[in-house]
Design a protein. Structure first.
Length: 153
């Protein structure tokens, strides 16, 4: 039960800290293509590791009535991984803020969905730790997309 609450807290923290990303560019951290590209690559790796760890989650941890939410969460985590890879690729190809903002916003919608579902699903500490690692990268890339990140939330 402790892991379940911790997973929900990780996703809740991500959403509260990073959602929404919709203000003027002037309110953002100065765009640093090299830095944002490096963070995008780090995020893609962290989300890939999160997904791989989630796939290794033994189904025996699924409580009765949680199976559907478990499979929904697995699907959302897969989509987060794919969207993070897309963001990384776009940044690596030299796309800037305006071109990548929709990808970032889409990624954050998926994080919100994952948080909601994770509140109803038990997951292991291994998954929670990988989610926290991905969240750390999201917190570092957020100031380039979300002015609220500069304000501290």
């Amino acid at each position: 039960m402790k892991s379940f609450r911790r997973m929900g807290l990780v996703f809740f923290t991500l959403v509260v800290t990073l959602w929404p990303a919709s203000a003027a560019v002037a309110d953002l951290a100065k765009w640093d293509q090299e830095r944002v590209t490096a963070l995008g690559a780090e995020l893609a790796k962290a989300c890939d590791e999160l997904y791989d760890t989630f796939l290794k989650e033994p189904e025996s941890t699924i409580g009765s009535g949680q199976a559907t939410d478990y499979y929904r969460l697995r699907q959302v985590v897969r989509r987060v991984k794919d969207e993070a890879k897309h963001l990384s690729s776009a940044l690596g190809n030299g796309e800037g803020y305006e071109q990548t903002l929709p990808i970032y916003e889409s990624l954050m919608e998926m994080v919100r969905d994952a948080r909601e579902i994770s509140q109803r699903t038990f997951t292991s500490n291994f998954v929670v730790d990988k989610a926290a690692a991905a969240g750390d990268v999201l917190r570092r890339i957020a100031p380039y997309y979300d002015p609220k990140a500069l304000e501290g939330g």
